[in-house]
Structures are given as C-alpha cells and as structure tokens.
Design a protein around this ligand. Structure first.
Ligand code: UGA
Length: 437
C-alpha cells in the first residue's frame, strides 16, 4: 500500500510539493487556513506564477489522488505530514517568525495517527526541529518528527522538487529514515545523493546553502564596485574566474543583487540565531554580505542621478521588471521594485513594466504607474532601467525602442542586455561594474 501524504501550508513550497508528491503516485491532501487559496487550488488554479505548475496541478487533480481542504482533520489518516508553512522575518527583529510553524505543529499534533511521521520542510532556525519534536511527542508519543529541508528555486520549482540535486533528511532514528526513503524511492532509484543528518545539521544545511549563494552574489557585486573604481569590467572578470571549477560561473551575475522571500531573510535569521547561540562572530561576515547587497540598489540610483542631474523631479523613468527575478511574479524584497519606489519617492514619474508581476507589485505599491505594454512604458522616457532580466527584454530591438523614448539612456541593472547592440543603435548604455564606453 502506498503511503498517504498530507501537506500543511499550500503556499509556494507546499502547493508545489503537494502536486509533485501526487505525480509520484501518493494520495495527497493539501491543507491551508486560507480558504481563498484552497478554493483556487481545488479549481486547478495556482495563486502565483510558476512555470509548469498549473498544468501539473490540473493533471493531478484529475487523477483523483490530489485534494485540498481547509479542514485540518482531513490529514488524520495520512502516514507522512509535510509542514510547508512560511517563516518570514519578524516585524521587529532580524529573526525568523515561527508563529506559523508552531501553530501548524500544535494543530496537527493531537490528530496525527499513531505511527505517522511529521516532516518539516520550512526553513527554520537551528534548534527548532528538536524543540518541535519534544512538543509533538508530549501530546502524541506514538508519532515522530524529521526535518527535510527544501532547496527549490522559484521559476524551477517543479523540476527542483521532482529532480532535486540532493535529498537531506534530519532524523533521530532509522524508522523515520526508512519512511522517507519510501517517499523518495523514485529519486533514490535515479541515484539522487541522499544525506542522512541529525536534526540540527539538517536545519543548518539549508541556511548554510542560502548563505553561500548570497555570499557568492555579494562577492561579485563587491568586485563590481572595485571594477567601477578601477575602470574594469565585472562581466569579463566573472567569466574569467568562473572557468576555475573550484569557483564555478553560476551565481556570479553582478547587478542589483539578491531579493525574494528566502536569501535576504535567511541570512538575517541565521545571524540572529548564531547570536543566540553565542556564535555571532562566526557569521559577522553575513552582515557585510547584506550591506553589499543593499548598496547595489543605491549604486543604481546614483547612476540614474548622474545621468539625469541630481534633481529627479518631473523626469520620466521606465522600469523594466518588478519581480525579484525572472520567471516569477514574486515581489517580496524585490531589488527592482525597491529601486523603482525610491526613484519615485525622489520625484521622478516612474512607469513599471513586468511580464507577470504587475498585479502583486500594484498590491504593495498601488500609487506607482504600471503598464502591461513595454512600448507604452518606454514612451517619452528620459531614462530606462532594466532591473529584472526577463527574456523578453533581451529580445527587444534597441533601434525600435530608441524611437519611443525622449532620451536614449539605459541602465542595465542585471548585466544581461547586449551592450554592443544597444550602443550601436545609439543608446547611452550604463551598467553596474562596467565602465562607460
Ligand atoms: C533560493 C535558493 O537558490 C534555493 O536553493 C532555495 O531553496 C530558496 O532560495 C529557498 O530558500 O526557498 P530563490 O529565492 O528562488 O531560491 O532565488 P535564487 O535563484 O536563489 O535568486 C535569488 C536572488 O539572487 C534573485 O533576486 C536573483 O536575481 C539574485 N541573483 C542570483 C543575482 O543577483 N545574481 C546571481 O548571479 C544569481
């Protein structure tokens, strides 16, 4: 008999995990306290943009294996319960807010059937899993808890869930590991590396991985600052160092830095937790990683001022991109949107275009101007800012775009456009970490 799976929290991580578990043949129930979200998912609609997920959701709903509910009691007969709720940054500190994880655990603890396994997937401060396990066993001694961090990237969520580059399981005993091996049988047959760890190590793996990625991005953005000062070109530098396999070329794209719902809050929560553990010195460097990252946004704004005189008042600026990265409609801590907001606050008239993120951006900043049409956004602009590297922007015809703007100045905040082509079409082209030519 195949195991029955429940997924608690059907946000970005949970909805993807539920649909993917169903494709593996498990009977899956996804639960959430948000009735609107559950209604949408039940009708085959994904409440956010994630390539390929909606098709998969509809296919799995049709198979009859996947269902959604707001009634938590629906999880009672599942064998494995995945906790996929969010752990946002606290409102008044750098630490993660664990209220959703705690609430989920407390809600399911009394109703999990004997022998079932609770598996945390949310990103949590080290020590949380052991604390939750103790709390769970007090209420329900016949169940167990494991931790299985998730490494999926937005924009590749389905692929990363179905074909992860590794599986990490934090367990206290062999029985929990055996059950997780049953869940991930398909991956194990495909030789996906399997790492068994204790609970704290499994929690640390996740934040260490995100800290490393953030460090890599801030490293190249620090090099961009030096390149600017020295007249170098960070894109050539990144290419050259990336050929060393010990360094690798990925995550060396210099620009306006990292944002989103994970990297920024994870490095901050990691620092906060290290402080509590008395290991704050070890992570002091992450403070610098955060500062370099936030500084990149200011450096773009300085470039804008340099090109448009210090007074931005009355200037028309077209912003290409609002999402924190392409192939996503997520605007949480989006560097692009942050820059747009700051420039608008300085008096410029900003019009934002994004292929998918206009609605979420509008919800956050309703007073900014938005346009669904690139040409309309560029029309009459004194300056164009390229801030999220969607493919559609790389495919723009610089000559045609030049005919729309009042003044052909473009700042490539992602080092993703073809500089030579834009210059050849008569644009003044600026980018972070590259001197003017
Ligand atoms: C990140 C991690 O990459 C995932 O492995 C992890 O599972 C996830 O967080 C999570 O904790 O849930 P994600 O937030 O989807 O995934 O985004 P990334 O692809 O890591 O990009 C993060 C930010 O870095 C974006 O704003 C992106 O534009 C920026 N970035 C990325 C750069 O500025 N330069 C680069 O070279 C790469």
């Amino acid at each position: 008999m195949k195991l029955k799976v429940s997924v608690i929290g059907t946000g970005y991580l949970g909805a993807t995990h539920a649909a993917c578990m169903s494709t593996l043949g498990f009977e899956v129930i996804g639960v959430d306290i948000d009735a609107a979200k559950i209604a949408l998912l039940s009708s085959g609609k994904v409440p956010f943009y994630e390539p390929g997920l909606e098709e998969l959701l509809q296919q799995e709903l049709a198979s009859g294996r996947l269902t959604f509910s707001t009634d938590l009691r629906a999880i009672a007969d599942a064998d494995v319960h995945f906790i996929c709720v969010g752990t946002p940054q606290s409102e008044n500190s750098l630490a993660a807010d664990l209220k959703f994880v705690d609430a989920a655990l407390d809600a399911i603890a009394p109703i999990c059937k004997p022998g079932s396994l609770v598996v945390g997937k949310s990103t949590v401060p080290v020590g949380t899993a052991a604390r939750l396990r103790e709390r769970l066993l007090k209420v329900n001694p016949k169940v167990d808890l494991a931790w299985n961090p998730e490494f999926l990237r937005e924009g590749f969520a389905v692929e990363d869930t179905l074909k992860p580059n590794r599986l990490v399981v934090g367990v206290v005993n062999d029985a929990a590991e055996a059950k997780l091996k049953e869940i991930y049988k398909t991956n194990l047959e495909a030789n996906t590396p399997w790492v068994r760890a204790d609970l704290p190590t499994s929690e640390l793996v996740k934040v260490a991985a995100n800290s490393f990625l953030a460090t890599k991005i801030s490293f190249i953005n620090a090099m961009a600052e030096v390149c600017e000062a020295a007249g170098g070109d960070v894109t050539v530098l990144a290419k050259a160092i990336g050929y060393d396999p010990r360094i690798g070329s990925r995550f060396l794209q210099a620009g306006i830095g990292f944002g989103g719902g994970c990297l920024p809050k994870d490095i901050r929560a990691f620092m906060a937790r290290a402080g509590e553990l008395g290991a704050d010195q070890a992570l002091e460097f992450l403070r610098e990683i955060d500062s370099i990252n936030l500084r990149a946004r200011q450096r773009v704004i300085e470039l804008v001022r340099k090109d448009l005189t210090d007074n931005l008042s009355g200037k028309k600026i077209a912003v290409l991109g609002a999402a924190f990265k392409p192939d996503s409609d997520d605007v949480r801590d989006s560097p692009a949107l942050d820059i747009a907001v700051q420039i608008a606050a300085a008096g410029a008239t900003v019009t934002i275009h994004d292929p998918k993120a206009i609605e979420p951006a509008k919800k956050r900043f309703p007073t900014l101007n938005y346009s669904e049409n690139i040409e309309e956004a560029l029309s009459g602009a004194d300056l164009v800012l390229h801030l999220t590297e969607w493919k559609v922007y790389r495919e723009l015809d610089p000559a045609k775009m030049k005919s729309l703007v009042a003044s052909p100045i473009i700042i490539d905040g992602r080092n993703a456009l073809d500089r030579e082509a834009w210059i050849a079409a008569g644009w003044k082209f600026r980018a972070l970490g590259r001197s003017e030519i």
